[in-house]
Structure formats: C-alpha cells, structure tokens
Design a protein around this ligand. Structure first.
Ligand SMILES: Nc1ncnc2c1ncn2[C@@H]1O[C@H](COP(=O)(O)OP(=O)(O)OP(=O)(O)O)[C@@H](O)[C@H]1O
Ligand SMILES: O=P(O)(O)O[C@H]1[C@H](O)[C@H](O)[C@H](OP(=O)(O)O)[C@@H](OP(=O)(O)O)[C@@H]1O
Length: 488
C-alpha cells in the first residue's frame, strides 16, 4: 500500500478515515443500485408550465415513492438520458412548430419519436399521434361528433361549427347555412393550442363577418348562464371544476358590434370581466345541471377514441334545453382547481408501472417478451391502485402543490391498496376505458366533493352527492369570492 498522506502516529485516524471512505463508497454503490432498480419517469414540459405546476413538488412526491423523475433535454441524445419506463410530456408547441415547417422542431420531434419507437417498453403520456388529433379544432369537434354518446344517444354534442377558409361574406353565410351555424357565433383559431389560439371573437350579424380573419372556425354560441365545466382527466380518474364563462347573449342576428376577447380572460378561476356576468335570475336548483352520467360516458368514449390519459374537456350546458355541449378538448391542461392532481398523476404512473412490471417483481428496463418477441400486453384484471387518501391528505398534496418547500411526506404514508378492474389498458398510453371508483366525500351543499380550497371563487357544484358518488366523479368546488376555507 502506498505511503498514506497525513499518517497519524496512532494510525487510528487514518484507518477511521479509510473506514469512513469505504462506508461512503458502499453507500454510494447501494444508492446507485437502488436507483438502478427504481423506475425512471422522464418528462418534458415548457419552463412556463413546469413553474406554473410547481412540478418540483411532483418530483419530490415521486422520489418519496421510489420513482426517479428526470427532466428530458430534447437537445441531447435520449439514449444517454434514459432508459425511461414512462415519459410525461406536453410537446404541443413543438408539434405545432414542426407541422408548420420549422426544421429544428421537426428534427427534435423526429428524434423524440424515434426514441419512443425503439423503446416499446416506454409508456408515453400521451402518444404524439393522439396529441396531434387535438391540435386542430375542427378535427377535435369531428371526433366528438363521431362518439357513440353523440351520434346515437345525442346526449351530448359539440355546437354546430364550420371551417371558414374564405373572407367573402356571402360565401361565409353559405357555409354557415350548410352547417346550421347561427348568429351569434364564436370565431376561433383553427389551431387549438398555444398562446395564439386563445384570441377569439363573438360575431352577432353579417356586418361582423368583415371583422374576422379566416382561416378560422365559426361555432354557434350557446347560452349557458356563464358557467363552464372543466373536466380534467388523469388516467382512470376525472375531476370536474366549475369556472366562470361567457354570459348569455340574445339569440339570433343583431347589429351588435363584434366582441373580441381572450379565452384566458373569461374562463379562468379568477376571471371577472364584463363578459362574465352570471345570470343570477335563477337559483342553483333552477339552473341546468351537469349530468354525471353523461360526463362519465363522454370521458370513457374520449379515452377510447383519443388513447390518451391526460386531457381536459370543456363542457357548457344549454340553459334552455339542458343539452351538454363540448366546446374544447385540451392535451395536458393546467389542472388548475384539481388540488390532488399530483397524487392522482402519481397513482396513474404507479398503475402503469405496476401493470407493466415483470413477474419477478423487479422493475427493469426489459419488458416481458412473448416467444415472438412481442410485448406481453397487460392482462385483464390488471391492478390499478385505488386512492384511499383522506381529504386532509389530499389537502396536504394541494398545499404541497402550492408551496415551494412543502414536503410530500404526508403522502408517503398513503397506503394504496389494490383493486382489480375489468379493464385493459391501452397499448402504449396505458389508459383504460374503465371508470374510476374514486371516493367522493360528501362536501355538503348541493355538490358532493372534497371542498378544495383554492385561491378564489367557489361555485357549489350542481351535482347530487349520490350521482357523483355513483360514477366516482370527483367534484371540486372553487371559491366564489375571496379565499378558500384555508384562507389561501
Ligand atoms: N360555442 C360556444 N358557446 C358559448 N360560449 C363559448 C362557445 N365556445 C367557447 N365559448 C366561451 O369561450 C371560452 C373559450 O372557448 P374555448 O374553450 O374554445 O377556448 P380555448 O382557448 O381553447 O380555451 P382553453 O383555455 O381551454 O384552451 C369558453 O370558456 C366559453 O366561455
Ligand atoms: O385552466 P385550464 O387548465 O383549462 O387552462 C389550460 C388551457 O385549457 C389549455 O390547455 C392551455 O394549453 P394550450 O391550449 O396549449 O395553451 C393550458 O396552458 P398550459 O401552458 O398550462 O399548457 C392552460 O393551462
């Protein structure tokens, strides 16, 4: 052994130092081995979205449940960053840039897709081909119309719409007539995602046709008493959050001037523009109610059709007929108002990892291979985890999501017993068409819900506790005025 620097006369100090160094190396080796055993979830979100979601809290929650959450650098070789069991992403902006011809974005999308193609064991939330369906509004609306619950049962639909590619008012009127689009109508961008997509207009008559710039979508305006229902889907669960929305307008043609607005000014929890005047002439009981059964069927239908597990559906209810209308579908929305988003997201990821875990119980990068080398599809009755969290634990998660330094330890004690469900996850995104059996706490009042204190606005959700519990729908209340119950 070479001369030891700093050899103390006793030699004890040095041997202690050696022991200490060996212990450190042993610990590092054990940590590396543990990490090698831990599943790795990669993610890519824009900096803005990552900060808005406080995604570092989700990373902490994953870490406390033995899952490594790794931020993917699209500029570097993904092979050097993986292997990933699951990848979470919102690449909509990149996809849009690539589709609009941006060479750099095209290259990044191609590299990402080729990684995914060469790693069938990696579950993508959500598959790029599925997300692309939601980038074009008309395509989204067509997709809604093709759902069985719309086509056959007419329980829900999307308001009459037409793609306007011409700036000739007469041609516009003809196209509107063909598709039964009526005045007033909402004029929206064809592109459904990205900051530019939220600029809109309400057109009240033929004179207003000169105010819009095709290509765009004209969609009949539905009076809905200024209440928007945001349905946030996370794997096998969905959460309904009420939001302010556009006020009612007189039906039919008028010479009212075109109103221009940004959707983020009228449908956020804190929106309080002159366009948001809520019709207070009706009591909550008189107001048209959201049907939990219709929502559940819609969610199931969209999960099947989209093959996605992280999306949002915007629903308004016609104040006259009570008919439900889907006006928007979003990939990986903001989940604002869903206090237990992170626990639900973790549960979904854990369910995917569990459903694809090799029989020896050790998570490796290798997947079960059938003799012909195909991936073993998850079997029926695959386990998913039923979240038995008590509201206060979910509140902790909510607090975690809103506080930078909060620990998610309160959730680490969560026992996630397993339930089998008669459903089969989709191939790659892992979502299933089954309904969740999410416990619904009777929050009193007209709506059953975890009273989720948020920064603002509470509407009592107009869903009966029994109905909501029946379908496992989580209804969130958001405070009407001022602060939620915890003063936030
Ligand atoms: N057909 C309609 N009838 C009545 N109001 C509508 C209609 N379409 C949209 N709105 C109103 O305009 C708002 C924005 O519409 P939409 O959800 O299509 O925009 P968006 O920018 O895609 O929204 P998001 O913020 O969810 O991305 C809705 O929240 C609702 O208040
Ligand atoms: O209040 P929500 O969660 O509905 O707001 C979403 C919005 O619905 C869209 O999903 C936005 O995505 P884009 O359409 O791509 O702009 C979300 O923006 P993001 O930056 O969070 O993705 C809003 O949060």
């Amino acid at each position: 052994m070479g001369k030891m620097q700093g050899l103390a006369p006793s030699g004890v100090a040095v041997s202690t130092a050696l022991d200490h160094q060996q212990q450190l190396q042993q610990q590092q080796l054990q940590q590396q081995q543990q990490q090698l055993q831990q599943p790795v979830v990669g993610y890519w979100l824009s900096d803005k979205k990552r900060k808005k979601l406080n995604f570092h809290v989700f990373a902490e929650l994953c870490r406390s449940h033995g899952i490594q959450l790794v931020k993917i650098d699209l500029q570097r070789d993904l092979e050097q960053q993986g292997p990933f069991q699951v990848i979470l992403h919102k690449l909509t902006d990149l996809l849009l840039e690539a589709d609009q011809g941006n060479a750099t974005s095209t290259n990044l999308v191609q590299r990402f897709q080729s990684y995914v193609d060469s790693h069938p064991e990696t579950m993508l939330l959500d598959p790029l081909h599925a997300v692309r369906k939601l980038l074009d509004r008309c395509r989204s609306y067509d997709l809604i119309q093709e759902l069985e619950i719309c086509r056959l049962e007419r329980a829900i639909s999307t308001p009459a719409f037409v793609r306007l590619n011409t700036s000739d008012p007469e041609e516009m009127l003809e196209l509107m007539r063909e598709r039964h689009v009526t005045f007033p109508f909402v004029c929206k961008n064809i592109v459904a995602h990205g900051s530019a997509s939220h600029e809109m207009a309400i057109v009240f008559g033929e004179a207003g046709l000169r105010d819009i710039r095709p290509p765009c979508v004209a969609q009949s305006f539905i009076n809905h008493d200024g209440v928007l229902h945001k349905v946030f889907v996370i794997g096998d669960t969905f959460h309904v959050v009420e939001r302010p929305s556009l006020k009612n307008f007189p039906a039919g043609k008028s010479d009212q001037k075109t109103i221009f607005f940004n959707s983020h000014d009228v449908s956020k929890a804190e929106s309080a523009s002159h366009l948001n005047a809520r019709d207070e002439s009706q009591t909550a009981e008189q107001r048209q109610q959201l049907s939990p059964q219709v929502v559940r069927r819609l969610v199931e239908g969209l999960r099947e059709t989209l093959e996605m597990s992280l999306f949002g559906i915007d629903i308004i209810v016609d104040r006259e007929s009570g008919h439900h209308a889907v006006i928007d579908i979003n990939a990986f929305p903001g989940y604002d108002g869903v206090a237990d988003f992170f626990p639900a997201l973790l549960m979904h990821v854990q369910g995917l990892l569990q459903a694809h875990k090799p029989s020896d119980g050790v998570l490796t990068n290798q997947r079960l291979q059938t003799p012909n080398g195909q991936l073993e599809p998850p079997t029926t009755g695959e386990l998913i985890q039923h979240h038995q969290a008590q509201p206060q634990q979910l509140q902790q998660a909510a607090a975690c999501r809103d506080q930078d330094s909060a620990s998610a330890a309160g959730l680490s004690a969560l026992q996630l017993p397993r339930l089998s469900l008669p459903s089969r996850p989709h191939g790659r995104c892992g979502c299933t068409a089954s309904r969740s059996s999410w416990p619904v706490e009777n929050g009193g009042g007209s709506g059953a819900s975890h009273l989720v204190p948020t920064k603002r606005r509470v509407h009592s959700v107009s869903v009966s506790p029994a109905a909501a519990a029946d379908i496992g729908m989580v209804c969130h209340r958001v405070s009407l005025v001022g602060k939620g119950s915890n003063g936030r």
